[in-house]
Design a protein around this ligand. Structure first.
Ligand SMILES: [Ca+2]
Ligand SMILES: [Ca+2]
Ligand SMILES: [Ca+2]
Length: 220
């Protein structure tokens, strides 16, 4: 099964199973950095603050990351799409639209809302779920790749994971190694995106991320 992870999951594998739901709930917990059980702008501000502190950012650089983390969901959920697409989305995936709108106006999202929105997205269109997640993960790649050389190095991964509240070096190493498929000690955008897509949307219970971050899910 080792080589399986070098590709992102096929659309036929993308289903909203209990396993998928468990992973989405885990992922929510990762984004809820202040651990108040809700996802809000406050969490993204906190992540931004931590990055600013870790990298000692000032001026424009600091503003840039704050701006991105605050507006990230708009970009990912494609809020400026055309009218027709918007109506279609409102009709088929209203929970996703509502989540985007709630975040924009500063409302907090519960774990159930987040999970149900993603579930609806997956059930409506595995392809759209995959491309949405791809955009989201790709955007986080840009934040993790602090020096913008197109690769996440081990030290960049360590800092970024710390900003998300994961400071166990073994855990970070496990995640890094499982994504670095060509073993060149850096994560390309593709390695990083495929790693996350396989983890969140794939059905492989032996995935290294599952064992590392959410071992309880192997029992599902
Ligand atoms: Ca929170
Ligand atoms: Ca880099
Ligand atoms: Ca690599």
């Amino acid at each position: 099964m080792e080589t399986r992870q070098s590709f992102s999951p096929g659309l036929e594998d993308i289903q909203f199973t209990a396993f998928t739901e468990g992973k989405i709930r885990w992922w929510f917990g990762m984004l809820d950095v202040d651990k108040d059980g809700l996802m809000s702008q406050g969490d993204f501000h906190l992540i931004a603050d931590r990055f600013v502190k870790e990298y000692d950012l000032t001026g424009e650089k600091a503003l840039e990351i704050r701006d991105w983390l605050t507006r990230g969901w708009e970009i990912v959920l494609d809020m400026d799409k055309d009218k027709e697409t918007e109506q279609e989305m409102r009709c088929f995936i209203p929970l996703v639209i509502k989540m985007g709108e709630d975040l924009q106006v500063g409302k907090k999202i519960s774990q159930d809302d987040f999970t149900q929105a993603f579930g609806q997205l997956i059930q409506h269109s595995p392809a759209l779920a995959k491309s949405t997640l791809q955009k989201m993960v790709s955007a986080f790649f840009d934040i993790f790749d602090h020096d913008r050389d197109g690769f996440i190095m081990r030290d960049e991964m360590v800092v970024a994971m710390r900003c998300f509240g994961y400071d166990d070096p073994d855990m970070v190493e496990m995640a890094f190694a499982s994504m670095d498929l060509d073993k060149d000690d850096r994560l390309s955008r593709k390695e990083y995106i495929d790693g996350w897509l396989n983890f969140i949307l794939g059905q492989d219970k032996q995935h290294a991320f599952v064992a590392t971050f959410a071992p309880h899910l192997t029992q599902l």
